[in-house]
Ligand binder design. Structure first.
Ligand SMILES: Cc1ncc(COP(=O)(O)O)c(C=O)c1O
Length: 364
């Protein structure tokens, strides 16, 4: 859709990346790190002061103590952390439960390890997990449950109820959790982020994956981290050691200083909520019906008052004819389930959102 957007000079609300600038302070800190000579490999677990700063942040946000030495590994992005976690866990013949719509790397990451994805659709239009269906789909082969909150593409978030259900589903079973929390701080309406890090009993059997790029508006940095129990992290590092080994040093040095100030992340929920609310206000007069988004960069919009075309066709036509790119949500399902919704990314400058909505108003 980004290529099509460029071809048709469309406003690109499709792909999930910010078009506004990131923190000048963070850029200066990375520049300073380079100038001061932090340009060689750091240990494969990551730059220790960054892991220490993360441990402090985790304790203050989630009241959980994690060891910077044995439980945190810095990775080249969230996607890599997820791949590495699944590779550490899965053997041929295993099954992995994946909720759809799903971020596009999960299924290939499971299959490349010889395991089988077991797909469960989130209940439209709230995109909630049906835990009874999860219970039905658990088998002796189930090795992992893949979670994502805040959720791409729908903006749904896990609740305390979900955590209770999760706990009861995995209790006494050899089932692990891979929790994709790359949109950690991008959660709205004062809803607490139900991070697995809040729950030491669940963390014992989890890999929790994060992305600096996503939360600090620098997706091109491709830097993230994974948190787990010491035993599981040991397995994770066996894969990481011979894959990426060590991540970009100056960025880690810069981030270690930047995140030491809690303001750097405590300001993020309201920053992104303002964008969600601004986009929603602008869209009020349009024929699109925005679904609820409680977190992430994204909001889904139903277009059934406009057309009954398949969502892929609709998305392409709106890009070509009206000059606004979106992502059809059916592409996040293996079986292309089409609820006639498209995803818009609101992590954009006000001017970009205004330009897009001006065009979307004309869609009738
Ligand atoms: C749910 C989800 N997980 C992971 C990622 C990727 O994170 P990173 O760029 O740090 O690999 C994305 C990016 O779109 C995402 O939406």
């Amino acid at each position: 859709m980004s290529a099509l957007a460029a071809e048709h000079n469309a406003v690109n609300l499709g792909q999930g990346f910010p078009d506004y600038s990131m923190s000048e302070q963070l850029i200066s800190l990375v520049n300073e790190a380079m100038t001061k000579g932090f340009n060689q490999y750091v240990p494969m677990q990551g730059y220790m002061p960054l892991r220490e700063a993360l441990a402090i942040k985790i304790q203050s946000l989630y009241q959980t103590v994690v060891s910077p030495d044995t439980q945190i590994t810095i990775t080249p992005g969230g996607t890599y952390a997820i791949y590495t976690a699944l590779t550490a866990l899965l053997q041929p013949g295993d099954e992995a439960i994946i909720f759809e719509p799903a971020y596009d790397s999960y299924i290939p990451n499971v299959e490349v390890n010889g395991a089988a994805p077991v797909l469960i659709e989130l209940k439209f239009p709230q995109y909630k997990i049906d835990w009874n269906e999860v219970r039905q789909k658990i088998s002796p082969k189930t090795k992992v449950i893949m979670l994502n909150s805040p959720h791409n593409p729908t903006g749904s978030v896990l609740t305390e109820h979900d955590i209770r259900e999760l706990r009861s589903v995995v209790a006494g079973k050899d089932i692990f959790i891979c929790s994709d929390e790359v949109y950690e701080h991008l959660i709205f309406d004062d809803i607490p982020h139900q991070s697995i890090l809040r729950y030491p009993d669940l963390l014992e059997k989890s890999f929790v994956c994060f992305s600096f790029g996503k939360v600090y508006h620098c997706t091109g940095w491709k830097l993230g981290y994974c948190i787990s129990s010491p035993q599981l992290m040991n397995e994770f590092r066996k894969v990481h050691q011979f894959n990426c080994f060590s991540c970009h040093t100056p960025s880690q040095v810069g981030l270690s200083k930047y995140i030491s100030d809690p303001g750097s992340y405590l300001s993020l929920p309201s920053f992104m909520q303002e964008k969600r609310d601004y986009f929603a206000r602008l869209m009020q007069g349009s024929k699109f019906k925005l679904l609820n988004s409680y977190g992430s960069y994204f909001v889904c919009a139903a277009y059934d008052q406009i057309s009954d075309e398949p969502d892929t066709q609709f998305s392409i036509r709106i890009t070509k004819e009206y000059g606004v790119a979106s992502i059809p949500v059916s592409v996040f399902y293996r079986s292309a389930t089409d609820n006639k919704v498209v995803r818009f990314c609101f992590a954009k400058k006000k001017e970009t959102l205004e330009a897009a909505v001006e065009r979307l108003m004309a869609v009738t």
